[in-house]
Design a protein around this ligand. Structure first.
Ligand SMILES: [Zn+2]
Length: 209
């Protein structure tokens, strides 16, 4: 049996199909002290993600900053960033779609620019850039040289975006995560560990729902 504490503090118990309920309960009871301690640690370390409700004053990430939402009476544009995120009240019924579209457009713009800059500077050539809905992978690199990035990545600070860009560019040459791969990443970005840790700690917050 295994106990897993999720980042929001939820406890997941993995048990074999044949395990009796009583055995599972005893096991959890026996580990109670450990569970409570772990949950406390996790809750203290990881800020909690709250699904968006699209109410005035709610915060939305963009390039590592959090901008407040302001509902606007004007109907067009549906959403724009002007110190705050201004969302047309008329769009409230489809706010998550409108936000996702906005993030996708900006992700494409920002990430393309970063990829081009690093590719030119370090002599990498890629085929095209795609923006995806991936929930757990920030980026990927196909056999044919297509670089894909999750739209949610544009919520992260630019240096963190740059790390994911560099990571995928290096995959054009080294497909695995060998020592050789990390050595190449480190040449371009010696402090990449810091960015990896930022993503580890904040990645689950870069989301709408
Ligand atoms: Zn990789």
């Amino acid at each position: 049996m295994a106990l897993i504490i999720e980042r929001d503090g939820r406890l997941i118990v993995r048990a074999p199909m044949r395990a009796k309920d009583e055995t599972i309960h005893d096991f959890v009871k026996h580990k109670e002290k450990w569970i409570l301690k772990k949950q406390e640690d996790v809750r203290a370390y990881y800020p909690r993600f709250v699904p968006k409700e699209y109410v005035n004053g709610e915060g939305f990430w963009y390039l590592g900053n959090i901008y407040k939402l302001q509902l606007a009476d004007e109907k067009k544009p549906l959403l724009y960033l002007n110190g705050n995120f201004q969302l047309a009240r008329a769009a409230l019924g489809k706010a998550s779609i409108v936000f996702e579209r906005w993030y996708r457009e900006h992700a494409y713009e920002v990430i393309s620019e970063r990829v081009q800059w690093y590719a030119a500077k370090y002599g990498y050539s890629y085929k095209q850039i795609k923006i995806t809905s991936a929930r757990t992978r920030w980026g990927s690199c196909s056999e044919r040289g297509t670089l894909s990035f999750a739209w949610r990545l544009v919520m992260a600070p630019v240096p963190v975006i740059d790390y994911v860009v560099v990571h995928e560019l290096v995959h054009l040459q080294v497909k695995n995560h060998s020592k050789k791969f990390w050595a190449k990443v480190a040449v371009i970005m010696p402090d990449c560990q810091q960015k990896i840790e930022w993503l580890e700690k904040h990645g689950h917050l870069l989301n709408l729902k």
